[in-house]
Design a protein around this ligand. Structure first.
Ligand code: ZN
Length: 502
């Protein structure tokens, strides 16, 4: 108890420090203007803004976590009648490409969370490798992979500059609470988050012009402690308390300037046979935790003008903020593609069934089985080769001129026939050579493996060296005063219990 009280006292002291550090942040709104730039601020960007709620999942997308993740978004609607959406910060290892593609086809977001989540995670190879895997095995258009979250939330100045160079639109690893509970902003003038204690990035030029920061918003428990990810796993926090603390914090955001709210989960904790966070050798029924989150979402989504959005929708909003009554008319909130989306994502033909040649292939690899519409690789993805050569070349890779929503990898045709679904990729092609992004003009490398519609498997070089940049950033939990929510502990526990870093 003494320790807890000391921690609480330290937190209060740290909050005062935060306010002082915030004063060193220099950003002139007259110079830094939307859509390219926005200063950090707790003030609403317009009068009467909507209340945004971001639900995010981290780590691998696989069968064992799919049901619980789906249950949290199923049957939820935004005020315009469109499905509520969520973001998945996806790691390559142990993810199922077919489920990853399905998540995307549902209108949700796939963001980058590295290849293996383990070895130095802020490196080029880790980050670019996920892009390569997602585009070549899961049919995610490169231009739709817009965001990045650091494993263990362990960012550094060097790696933030690197993802800016790589063309990412936003990052979401910094935590916010109290004085730094700001609306999303660009990092042109540095960060205002995680400035407590001795964390060295506040006041530092991050070389991140135009890179949006979508902060992770902490919540306060009844003991005064701050919680961030998977709060139900924190000491002394029951499922009931989880619902209550989410609700109290959400109400405060709602009653204030409508600063966006977030729920940050690893869905592996929510399954019927989840790891036990305090004893990794046994399992625990995560259903009460799942129900606790669902109860909060049920409550939040009944509050007027509350929208459950992806992080990239959030960024689109910040580029051109509008009052709540105009949000439904914004194109990025639309959910009515024309013609209707295919029902079978593998052959992109509306009404078709996932059978025969159009079915996803099942790939049995040394790390386990997964499914893909884009042809099984000859070996399991690795950090150095996240998208190995294909067993056969019968499936056509996603071209630049068609979204996978409409691409038939079996026949190599784009089934989009209406203006509303045309697509032209403009994102930087995959290039596993790190040096290329430091070339003049940001390096629009020519070795991308995602651009043709021939039967040749995407073949971007996988032999890049990916020289590690600094990964020695101090732990965020210590820096921010927030209980970071067991991302590190989680990874270790999951590795022991279920054999993957989900
Ligand atoms: Zn993670």
């Amino acid at each position: 108890m003494l320790l807890a009280k000391l921690s609480f006292a330290a937190l209060l002291g740290a909050s005062l420090v935060a306010a002082q550090l915030g004063a060193t942040y220099k950003c002139d709104p007259a110079v830094c203007k939307a859509p390219a730039c926005r200063c950090a601020s707790t003030a609403a960007p317009v009068a009467n803004p909507p209340q945004f709620l971001m639900l995010t999942f981290d780590d691998s997308i696989q069968d064992s976590v799919w049901t619980q993740a789906q249950s949290l978004i199923a049957n939820r609607k935004n005020p315009n009648g469109c499905p509520a959406k969520a973001t998945w910060y996806t790691q390559v290892f142990y993810s199922d490409p077919y489920l990853t593609q399905t998540w995307y086809a549902q209108g949700n977001e796939i963001a980058d969370h590295t290849v293996d989540h383990i070895t130095p995670t802020g490196t080029y190879q880790q980050i670019e490798g996920m892009r390569k895997w997602a585009s070549e095995l899961a049919g995610i258009p490169l231009g739709e992979i817009k965001g990045f979250r650091y494993p263990f939330l362990n960012y550094s100045a060097e790696s933030i500059a690197m993802i800016t160079k790589m063309g990412f639109e936003y990052e979401s690893s910094m935590s916010a609470s109290g004085a730094d509970n700001v609306w999303p902003y660009t990092l042109d003038y540095g960060t205002v988050n995680d400035c407590l204690g001795t964390y060295p990035l506040c006041g530092v030029n991050l070389n991140a012009t135009g890179l949006w920061e979508v902060p992770m918003y902490g919540v306060t428990g009844t003991d005064g402690a701050q919680h961030l990810m998977d709060p139900y796993n924190d000491v002394g926090v029951t499922p009931e308390a989880t619902t209550a603390m989410y609700r109290t914090a959400f109400d405060a955001h709602y009653a204030g300037t409508h600063v966006p709210f977030g729920v940050y989960l690893h869905p592996v904790w929510l399954g019927k046979t989840a790891p036990n966070p305090t004893n990794p050798v046994v399992t625990a029924d995560g259903t009460p935790k799942l129900n606790a989150v669902a109860a909060f979402l049920d409550y939040a989504m009944t509050q007027p003008n509350t929208w459950m959005v992806t992080a990239s929708q959030m960024v689109e909003y910040m580029k051109n903020p509008v009052p709540a009554d105009q949000l439904a008319a914004q194109p990025y909130m639309s959910c009515t593609p024309n013609p209707p989306l295919p029902t079978n994502i593998c052959n992109a033909v509306a009404g078709a069934t996932a059978a025969g040649a159009a079915a996803p292939e099942v790939c049995n690899l040394i790390t386990g089985a997964f499914k893909t519409c884009y042809g099984c690789p000859v070996s399991a993805p690795t950090l150095l080769d996240p998208s190995p050569a294909k067993v056969n070349t019968a499936r056509f890779p996603l071209p630049k001129t068609c979204d996978s929503l409409w691409w038939d990898p079996v026949t190599g045709t784009c089934t989009c026939t209406a203006p509303g679904c045309t697509y032209t990729a403009t994102a930087r092609p995959v290039n596993m050579d790190q040096n290329s992004i430091y070339a003049v003009g940001g390096g629009n490398g020519t070795a991308g493996g995602n651009g043709t519609s021939s039967a040749t498997p995407g073949s971007g070089s996988s032999s890049g060296n990916g020289t590690p940049v600094s990964t020695t950033a101090p732990a965020k939990a210590a820096a921010s005063g927030i209980i970071a929510g067991l991302e590190p502990l989680y990874a270790a526990a999951a590795a022991v219990v279920v054999g993957f870093f989900a």
